[in-house]
Design a binder for this molecule. Structure first.
Ligand code: AP5
Ligand code: MG
Ligand code: ZN
Length: 216
């Protein structure tokens, strides 16, 4: 099963992917997380990606597609994948379809998590991310048990450098210009399901589970 979680920055893609992949035995592939791992390790790819991420812009398609296809080739993807933050442009979507086709695979479902714009900045500016496992928290909506520490592994929680109000706004502009056309793209192809992301985390999760089950 090849699934895509589509939605604006702060819509809850990472939050929901974390539980959904366990439920359905899928590999969670977040291109944002992959870039951040490379930034943390100081790889050549990380150094390049950082220049774009820090200003809220997209990393160029060729670099992103190459990284994604390498990740898709790893054995943990055998039961299927949940893509989070990819594709982000029509060109990325086309490159993905083209790569899957020779293997007899296709995108089975796209879950579009819809959240009102006003809520997105509040979510992003209060987000805390675990340096070790990438798990996300929110200072108000889902705080960790102990301040500054990940519940799961005790890792240090930090604020992503692109979660300042200024950069978050830039990311939203980029989303509306370059990523939101994918809503129509996948609707036309009959694979998009809209999920109401303006509910608490568990309610959104329940809607997503139903949508994935409906795909089979
Ligand atoms: P990426 O890491 O993908 O960031 P994003 O798409 O901007 O999405 P976010 O991770 O910010 O939001 P999310 O939807 O995962 O929300 P979350 O669950 O954390 O990309 C970062 C950068 O990498 C890009 O800007 C770009 O430079 C580069 N990049 C990545 N992929 C790329 C690609 N394909 N092509 C080119 N460049 C790429 O939730 C947010 C907050 O809200 C959290 O605090 C959470 O606790 C809270 N929250 C979640 N759900 C709820 C709820 N229901 N109610 C209340 N609060 C909630
Ligand atoms: Mg995320
Ligand atoms: Zn952690």
């Amino acid at each position: 099963m090849y699934l895509i979680l589509l939605g604006a920055p702060g819509a809850g893609k990472g939050t929901q992917a974390a539980t959904l992949v366990k439920e359905f035995g899928l590999a969670h592939i977040s291109t944002g997380d992959l870039f951040r791992e490379n930034v943390a390790k100081g790889t050549e790819l990380g150094l390049l990606a950082k220049q774009y991420m820090d200003r809220g812009a997209l990393v160029p398609d060729d670099v992103t597609v190459r990284m994604l296809l390498e990740r898709l080739a790893r054995p943990d993807t055998a039961k299927g994948v949940m893509l989070d933050g990819f594709p982000r442009t029509i060109d990325q979507a086309e490159a993905l379809a083209k790569a899957l086709q020779p293997q007899g695979k296709k995108i089975d479902g796209v879950m579009y998590i819809k959240v009102p714009n006003e809520a997105l900045i509040t979510r992003l500016s209060g987000r805390l991310t675990c340096r070790t496992c990438g798990m996300v928290y929110h200072v108000k909506f889902s705080p960790p048990k102990v301040s500054g520490v990940c519940d799961k592994d005790g890792g240090e929680l930090f604020t992503r450098p692109d979660d300042t109000v200024e950069t978050a706004k830039k990311r939203l502009d980029v989303y509306f210009a370059q990523t939101s056309p994918l809503i129509e793209y996948y609707t036309t192809r009959g694979v998009l399901t809209e999920i109401n992301g303006d509910q608490d985390v568990d309610a959104v999760g329940a809607e997503l589970v139903k949508a994935v089950e409906a795909i089979g």
